[in-house]
Design a protein around this ligand. Structure first.
Ligand code: GLN
Length: 297
């Protein structure tokens, strides 16, 4: 029988195996999988590289490396992904939260903290927010964690996603300020909100087959497919917005990199003002925001 592997040897072998599979993210993926399989911290990997690893951890890692080499994302393998510094459980019905979506959270937080939303204090007091198509709950839960006095409603077409989002709200201590409802866009929504956010499905149906295998094979298509031109869900949101967004309130949605102009036009047609397109860290258009005009505007 061979001697038990050390942490350092296991990490190096994992990295080589993922590099050989052609993954650009081999180094970080190997580190995350070794940490999760062995319980070692990032510091342990540096400072305790000669620590021996239990055989069951090495076997577990081996299975995970096979799955990662075959294209399954690390978040799916571990069942959890980090968003805005918080860990979120994933489910079969949820998209894996993307770093790009942090721009949507930033846009919403900036609006609240600027004091521009009528009747809302910078800590969120007075705010009821709505997250349409919440998935893991990453957007709504992060906003409530950052705005300790705000309340909200998170909806999803998928009951499975709502269950995952509910768990994530509890995990981050936001369950008592966040309500949930299952249904399509406005169908499960009652009342008016000072802030409406959404990362809806926005990929054009015929583009989905050409997406990276990580997305195509492992993210639920219900969370991706935005209809023939990718804009169906924005139209549905805008169609019911006047009944649910308070005057002076903000709508902010995530968009595909090439949808800034089209979604801005839809916002203008729906009568929103102060329409802005916000870029992600890669410099691509990622979020459109607009303000519900009051009667006197
Ligand atoms: N940003 C995701 C992707 O490019 C799509 C998310 C969505 O449709 N809302 O795969």
């Amino acid at each position: 029988m061979s001697a038990p592997a050390t942490l350092g040897a296991l990490l190096a072998a994992a990295r080589r195996r993922l590099q050989a599979a052609g993954l650009d993210t081999a180094a970080i993926d190997a580190r995350l999988l070794v940490e999760a399989a062995t319980g070692a911290s990032r510091l342990d990997l540096l400072a305790a590289a000669d620590r021996q690893v239990a055989p069951d951890a090495a076997v577990r890692l081996d299975g995970w490396l096979d799955r990662r080499a075959a294209g399954e994302p690390v978040g799916r393998i571990l069942g959890t992904a980090s968003f805005y510094g918080l860990d979120f459980a994933l489910g079969p019905d949820t998209l894996e939260p993307r770093p790009d979506t942090e721009v949507l959270v930033e846009t919403a937080l900036a609006a609240v903290r600027s004091g521009r939303l009528p009747g809302v204090s910078p800590d969120g007091a007075g705010l009821r927010l709505l997250d349409i198509g919440t998935g893991t709950g990453a957007i709504a839960v992060t906003l409530l964690v950052k705005l300790p006095a705000a309340r909200g409603l998170a909806t999803d077409l998928s009951a499975g996603a709502v269950a995952v989002a509910r768990d994530n709200a509890a995990r981050h201590g936001a369950a008592d300020r966040l309500d949930f409802a299952t249904g399509d866009v406005w169908q499960p929504v009652a009342g008016r909100f000072g802030l409406v956010v959404s990362n809806p499905p926005y990929i054009a149906s015929d583009v989905i087959a050409g997406l990276d295998r990580e997305v195509r094979l492992h993210d639920p298509h219900l969370a991706l497919d935005g209809g023939a031109d990718g804009l169906d869900v924005y139209r549905a949101i805008l169609a019911g917005l006047h009944d649910h967004l308070l005057p002076g309130g903000l709508l902010a949605v995530e968009i595909g990199w090439d949808q800034g102009a089209a979604v801005s036009d839809l916002f203008a047609l729906a009568g929103l003002g102060t329409i802005e397109v916000h870029r992600d860290l890669g410099g691509r258009d990622r979020v459109v925001s607009g303000v519900m005009l009051s009667q006197s505007d």
